[in-house]
Design a binder for this molecule. Structure first.
Ligand code: ATP
Ligand code: MG
Length: 443
């Protein structure tokens, strides 16, 4: 198995100084799957002080000294080098109480979460696989190293990590591990929001997230109790052939695996059950559900301590997930003005996936219309067609020199001019706009 020069170099330097060193965990798993690892972890018998001595003069970042981790920057690759460890009891299920350094690779591999993550690569003698990880890799199985109940007791985040690896890799969770997950979900209570959110985002972006959420809906409902009323909620609508939960899961699978899109999809109908009404023909309606979902999503994302920037984007996507975006140039220019190109395109992604999870006879027509809309957006933006105040060929200062009184009148006039441009009533050129401004302000 090929490892980058920088990895071989780091291992060799440690070996020369008398220490053991091995690529370990995710990178070995990915190499065995024939994939290019996205980052490299090295485990070693050297303590952080000893590592610092071995790599003196090189670019070292003391990323987590108390956990035994030092990052070596070599050929532009960040290599995380960590001392062999035995994690102490995770008394509160949050953080290791104590980290004990070890001189034994066996102990270090035994503290790792799943068999497929517990392999090391000996660059001279091949894979060190003490827990039959290669077997599980072949069988596409996520299985705890050791007794699952004990492992989830030590650190409940592993409950969510199991789901994450299952969703990302498309592996099934071995029955005893799965049973222990159902039993331990409530221990997630003690895990910090930051750790949960990081895993949750990775889980949601997994290619196989749908099946995982179906099988472990109890875990999801523990983390997001607002999901519970959606499970089995029939929509009584010709547009909807699935209950709200099943619709959400299908829409999640269908949308691009980008964090804000996936979170928005998870939450887009979260308020729907509360907005349900049945008309005299027995058809279900959900008036105002997008705004209601947005309000609930706001509370949920605060609980997850989502960053403000991400939360803001997710909430915009939830609030406007059913906004009509028809192939109408004037309306599109206005939408571009309101949202900007990036968000408008994300709303289209969301709507494509949303309708892919509805009655199939509607999907094709809707998606064809969206293809047309995307073409029109590209054209509007490509032609530099004006869609925000910034792009307007006239400024507030120029209106002031025309004699428009300072104050709110300036902003109001700029918006009216922008509207006129978007509606093709005037060209986005300075002289034309100055003329139009004089007319509008009766100057
Ligand atoms: P990815 O490809 O997503 O980076 P990874 O396997 O490298 O996957 P990380 O979260 O980067 O996952 O963790 C690196 C390694 O550290 C894991 O492969 C596993 O061996 C170990 N590990 C990480 N978190 C835990 C945990 N909570 N409990 C036990 N072992 C863990
Ligand atoms: Mg990793």
């Amino acid at each position: 198995m090929q490892v980058p020069q920088a990895v071989a170099y780091a291992v060799q330097q440690l070996n020369t100084a008398g220490f053991e060193a091995y690529p370990v965990g995710g990178c070995v798993r990915d190499l065995l799957r024939g994939l290019q690892p996205h980052d490299w972890d090295i485990t070693t018998s050297a303590t952080p002080d000893e590592m610092m001595a071995v790599f003196a003069g090189e670019r070292l970042i003391p990323t987590g000294l108390q956990h035994g981790t030092v990052t070596l920057l070599k050929d532009g690759l960040p290599l995380e080098i960590t001392t062999f460890r035995i994690d102490g009891a995770y008394a509160d299920g949050r953080h290791p109480e104590s980290v004990t350094f070890s001189r034994s690779l066996t102990e270090d591999l035994a503290r790792r979460d799943f068999t497929v993550n517990a392999m090391a690569l000996d660059l001279k003698n091949g894979v060190v696989d003490l827990f039959f990880g290669e077997n599980d890799l072949q069988g596409k199985i996520i299985r705890c190293v050791g007794d699952p109940d004990k492992r989830f007791d030590e650190d409940a985040l592993r409950v969510l990590r199991a789901l994450r690896f299952s969703a990302v890799l498309g592996f099934t969770i071995e029955p005893e591990t799965a049973a222990a997950i159902h039993r331990h979900k409530e221990h997630l209570q003690a895990v910090s929001a930051e750790r949960i959110t990081e895993e949750m985002t990775k889980l949601l972006c997994g290619k196989h997230v749908g099946n995982v959420l179906r099988e472990f809906r109890d875990v999801l409902a523990f983390l997001v109790p607002e999901i519970s009323p959606l499970i089995g909620f029939e929509q009584h609508s010709p547009y909807h052939i699935y209950d709200i939960f099943e619709h959400t899961v299908r829409a999640l699978d269908a949308v691009k695996p980008e964090p804000c899109l996936r979170w928005a999809m998870l939450l887009h109908d979260i308020g729907k059950a509360k907005c349900f009404t049945l008309d005299k023909d027995g058809i279900g309606h959900f008036f105002g559900h997008a705004s209601h979902s947005k309000r609930m999503a706001e509370t949920i994302l605060k609980r997850f301590r989502m960053s403000n920037k991400q939360a803001e984007r997710i909430l915009t996507l939830v609030k406007y997930h059913d906004l009509p975006i028809p192939p109408d140039e004037v309306l599109l220019a206005k939408r571009l003005n309101k949202f900007g190109q990036e968000i408008l395109l994300q709303l289209l992604e969301l709507q494509d996936a949303d309708c892919a999870a509805q009655a199939p006879e509607l999907t094709e027509a809707r998606q064809a219309e969206h293809r047309q809309v995307r073409g029109m957006i590209a054209q509007l933006c490509g032609e530099g067609r004006c869609y925000s105040l910034r792009d307007l060929a006239i400024s507030g200062d120029e209106l002031l020199s025309l004699g428009v009184p300072a104050g709110p009148a300036v902003g109001k006039l700029l918006h009216e001019l922008l509207n006129a441009v978007m509606e093709n009533r005037v060209a986005n050129e300075k002289t034309a706009l100055l003329e139009q401004a004089k007319k509008m302000a009766s100057l």
